[in-house]
Design a protein around this ligand. Structure first.
Ligand code: G
Ligand code: G
Ligand code: MN
Ligand code: NA
Length: 255
């Protein structure tokens, strides 16, 4: 079967599942939120990351199908955790350009949250700069405003790797900037990366935004980031993305 067909079937069978990776405060050491990341279940212990199948996302219908399946499953997990009185901070959902262009996404996402009986205030959405390409920004801006007004936070993902349009920071209701892991990797040895990270932290903080560093793998990187005033980090140093049951255990243990 083709990859496209296999993924369509997988989405219908809910075999594309969310894994969860915590975001950690460098100030308190505590979990301040999670990011939901899709994984394709191949067997009881075998999961594929999206890099292995994301070329199929060129088809917007498939991207929407899988994105919506993720939204439903993540909402159900959030409902479960919140209903049990667990404090996990905010749950971040990645949204792709296809979800913005092929759906009435503003109303759709809020309807999904209502169906699952979860408050929008429990969520953050992560968008990359690719959702603003061309003149899409005119379509996307009011949707982000609708999310923002409903209490959902907005994060700009992979910051600095795309069309670094600083005008987006000015025009859109952005709460959080996520520094891409490519800038974090060599932060201790590469003076360009260090300067870029430092500038993004300063820019974000001056604008009243939270700045999250991604891909933190070593204590050295974490210390460096803390020294530059970064408050929130995410990466293998703290935890890899994990299945829902493990994330729940982690929240119970840490609270
Ligand atoms: O988990 P991993 O680092 O392999 O994710 C790779 C990419 O896939 C990331 O850029 C991430 O934004 C994207 N991605 C992961 N989960 C989702 C999801 O649920 N929906 C969308 N639209 N993109 C996702
Ligand atoms: O594009 P986005 O930032 O949404 O994708 C995050 C991706 O980064 C996920 O696929 C996740 O599995 C991966 N990731 C998370 N933490 C680390 C890390 O510390 N190191 C590396 N190499 N990848 C990471
Ligand atoms: Mn992300
Ligand atoms: Na990223």
């Amino acid at each position: 079967v083709s990859l496209h067909r296999a993924l369509t079937d997988a989405a219908a069978a809910e075999a594309i599942v969310p894994f969860y990776q915590p975001k950690i405060s460098l100030i308190t050491g505590r979990i301040v939120g999670f990011e939901a990341l899709m994984r394709w279940r191949q067997g009881p212990q075998a999961f594929l990351a999206p890099g292995a199948f994301d070329q199929a996302f060129q088809d917007p219908d498939l991207a929407v199908l899988i994105g919506d399946s993720m939204v439903r499953q993540v909402s159900a997990d959030v409902r479960n955790w919140h209903g049990a009185g667990l404090d996990f901070g905010r749950m971040a959902l990645n949204l792709s350009p296809a979800q913005f262009t092929h759906l009435d996404l503003g109303n759709h996402l809020l309807a999904r949250f209502a169906e699952a009986k979860v408050a929008p205030e429990l969520f953050e959405v992560e968008v990359t700069e690719t959702v603003f390409l061309g003149r899409r920004v005119e379509h996307v801006a009011p949707i982000l405003r609708q999310f923002y007004d409903a209490g959902i936070r907005i994060a700009l993902d992979d910051f600095g790797t795309g069309y670094a349009a600083l005008t987006h920071l000015k025009q859109l209701p952005i709460d959080t900037i996520k520094i891409d892991q490519s800038f974090v990797e060599d932060i201790e040895s590469d003076t360009f990366d260090a300067a870029i990270v430092n500038s993004v932290l300063e820019l974000g903080h001056t604008l009243g935004m939270q700045v999250v560093a991604e891909g933190v793998e070593t204590m050295g990187q974490a210390r460096f980031l803390a020294g530059k005033g970064c408050e929130v980090v995410q990466g293998f140093l703290y935890a890899r993305p994990m299945p829902a049951a493990h994330a729940r255990d982690l929240i119970v243990r840490e609270s």
